[in-house]
Design a protein around this ligand. Structure first.
Ligand code: HEM
Length: 175
């Protein structure tokens, strides 16, 4: 919750500073920068789905959370309060919902990890190294029932946000 509020405050502060410094046109580039950060953050998904093989899933999830959050701040500044067309407005709305659901997921994952604490000892006792146990626990935590249910909400919104953003970019290139 606090991260959501900080995101909004950060966006308003940067927007205000850009106006004060007469650097408003930079807002345009922040759209590119934010989009790139969010796309880079999705490396986590590639790693989790074993499309790429290197990197610690746990660290990449952290990276996903930080980069997607920062990217969202930049996109909010880019959107500013100048909502002049329906499409970008809807894309931003979907982004706000995606970030909110991402933060809920982070919270659920924390709860899942707490409930799996006992498992760590079991795994280490059964002969796994602490690194291996850590990795196994991570995959256990993202597959608990609650996370599965959460994903049913998070994935379609993310997809919708992606489609709307793509349409926004295509219409900008066309006109
Ligand atoms: C524009 C913003 C965001 C987009 C487009 C996005 C997209 C995604 C996608 C596609 C996944 C699924 C990965 C997979 O199963 O392959 C995911 C998972 C997740 N995201 Fe985000 N996300 C965003 C922001 C955030 C934020 C701000 C947080 C938290 C601070 C967050 C936390 C999570 C968590 C905890 C998972 C679950 C890990 C898992 O189930 O494997 N997301 N996100």
């Amino acid at each position: 919750m606090q991260w959501y509020v900080i995101m909004i405050i950060a966006a308003i502060t940067i927007d205000y500073l850009l106006h004060r410094l007469e650097l408003v046109p930079i807002g345009l580039y922040l759209g590119y920068a934010g989009t790139i950060l969010i796309i880079i953050s999705l490396i986590y998904s590639l790693r989790k789905r074993k499309i790429i093989e290197s990197g610690s899933p746990k660290n990449l999830l952290s990276l996903h959370e930080y980069l997607a959050w920062t990217g969202s701040v930049l996109i909010l500044v880019h959107a500013g309060i100048h909502f002049n067309a329906v499409l970008p407005w809807l894309a931003v709305l979907m982004m706000l919902i995606t970030v909110a659901s991402g933060l809920v997921g982070k919270y659920l994952l924390k709860k899942a990890n707490e409930s799996l604490k006992g498992r760590r000892k079991e795994l280490v006792d059964s002969g796994l190294s602490s690194d291996e146990a850590e990795k196994k626990l991570f995959f256990d935590s993202i597959t608990v029932d609650l996370m599965k249910k959460w994903r049913v909400v998070h994935m379609p919104i993310t997809l919708l946000m992606g489609i709307l953003s793509l349409l926004h970019i295509i219409t900008i290139i066309m006109y």
